[in-house]
Design a protein around this ligand. Structure first.
Ligand code: RNT
Ligand code: ZN
Length: 417
């Protein structure tokens, strides 16, 4: 027996002794899909207006070699990353990743402009999620899109929103998996506004107009992403968290929680169970805020562990789409994907490797001593052995072995660009 398998046999026994069935856990972890974001591969440039500066209060730093600048480069980089991430996943696109020979603006996009990605997704066996692109465009006027006081600006973005829904519907229909369509808009003010209500009322009207026509929910559903602030938009954001939570609830849509959009001391994981008793579902943008919404590559830190643990313990995985959202151009971009996705899956696994029913029973019985003792001991259980076994069974490299693969790809492909 090789070392991974023999370490796993021991780990399996250790977990079995506290009532955790690692075989069932490995199966369950294999069912958890992540929605891998395309934009880590090209620093959020896209193909429609690649020379447009990134606006809307977000930013990427770094200039690591090998950035993808064509659809074939980005899709091959994504395929490479997917081959190193265990399990079956989805990929999220942005409208700016349309692949078309014609000069098309955001209010002119059609499903066929994404045929390239659908063909690729079929080959890859992945689903596709969608994001309209409401930034890095001259129609972002004075910091406003859907909530703009200017009707022409609002109309442009409303049309874009409608088009993004048709594209998501096409993804769902072609790929047989629901395509989650995320809406994030940057609208807000650098300094304190007098009227905070009217922009929100305009945003409600614009969104209602976008979602007016119903589309089959098995193909697509919309989700709305709030924010506290962005750079240059420090004092007021129209689409705040509470705004979208209520919008999602009243329209039977999903709410996106981006882990980077909260104050560093807020506990994002506490928000899931506060929203889901009312809401239909959530989308996460698993990100890592370092002092602000910095979009650092996700690592297995306490915040991530708490988030994934909440989903597992409260049995909310089936109502939650786990999307990733980070962009770092200081490191190999494919490694960025692999590190962030594998860290997220490890955190899910850690959540699953616990005698959850037993712990819940202790809690109800008031045995808080044992609850604390067991959760502390679990932290040093051999979860790494189960993770390695998961990778081995899913036929992806175990441990740091994937790095050699990424190095080779960097030499053969990225550095030749
Ligand atoms: C920005 C939001 C948004 C973007 C991506 C590129 O604050 O997090 O999700 O990061 O759409
Ligand atoms: Zn996000």
């Amino acid at each position: 027996m090789n070392k991974v398998a023999s370490a796993y046999e021991i780990a399996k026994e250790r977990y079995a002794a506290i009532g955790v069935d690692t075989e069932a856990v490995l199966k369950a972890l294999g069912q958890v899909k992540l929605s891998i974001h395309s934009w880590q591969g090209d620093d959020v440039h896209g193909f429609l207006f690649p020379n447009q500066e990134l606006t809307g209060g977000i930013g990427v730093s770094g200039n690591y070699p090998g950035v993808a600048t064509t659809p074939d480069q980005l899709s091959s980089d994504l395929s490479k990353a997917l081959s190193l991430i265990p399990g079956q996943h989805k990929v999220q696109l942005h409208a700016i990743y349309a692949v078309t020979d014609q000069k098309k603006d955001l209010d002119e996009l059609e499903p066929e402009d994404f045929k390239y990605w659908v063909d690729w997704a079929k080959k890859e066996g992945v689903g596709l999620d969608m994001n309209g692109t409401f930034f890095s465009h001259p129609m972002l006027k004075d910091g406003f899109t859907l909530a703009s006081p200017d009707k022409a600006v609002r109309d442009f973005w409303i049309e874009h929103g409608k088009r993004s829904r048709k594209i998501a519907n096409y993804f769902g229909k072609e790929l047989g998996q629901q395509s989650v369509n995320n809406f994030w808009i940057p609208d807000g003010y650098k300094d304190n506004p007098i009227d905070k209500l009217t922009p929100r009322l305009r945003l409600i009207d614009s969104l209602d107009e976008i979602i007016k026509d119903s589309l089959p929910e098995q193909n697509t559903i919309e989700t709305f992403e709030g924010k506290l602030f962005g750079t240059g938009v420090e004092s007021y954001t129209v689409g705040s968290h509470e705004f979208y939570a209520n919008y999602a609830l009243t329209r039977q849509k999903l709410w996106t929680i981006d882990a980077g959009h909260f104050h560093p001391t807020e506990d994002v994981s506490d928000k899931f169970s506060a929203f889901l008793p009312f809401g239909k579902g959530l989308m996460l943008h698993v990100s890592r805020p370092v002092r602000w919404d910095s979009d650092h590559v996700v690592i297995m830190d306490d915040a991530l562990i708490r988030m994934m643990r909440s989903l597992v313990r409260d049995d909310l995985l089936s109502k939650t789409n786990i999307g990733l959202d980070f962009f770092d151009a200081t490191i190999n971009r494919i490694a960025g994907w692999v590190i962030g996705a594998r860290a997220t899956q490890k955190a899910v696994l850690m959540g699953m490797l616990a005698p959850i029913d037993t712990l819940k029973a202790m809690e109800i019985d008031g045995d808080l001593t044992k609850r604390l003792a067991i959760t502390e001991e679990l932290k040093s259980y051999p979860f790494g052995a189960v993770w390695d076994e998961f990778c081995a069974r899913q036929n992806v490299p175990v441990g740091t072995d994937w790095l050699a693969d990424v190095d080779q790809y960097e030499k053969d492909v990225l550095l030749k660009r």
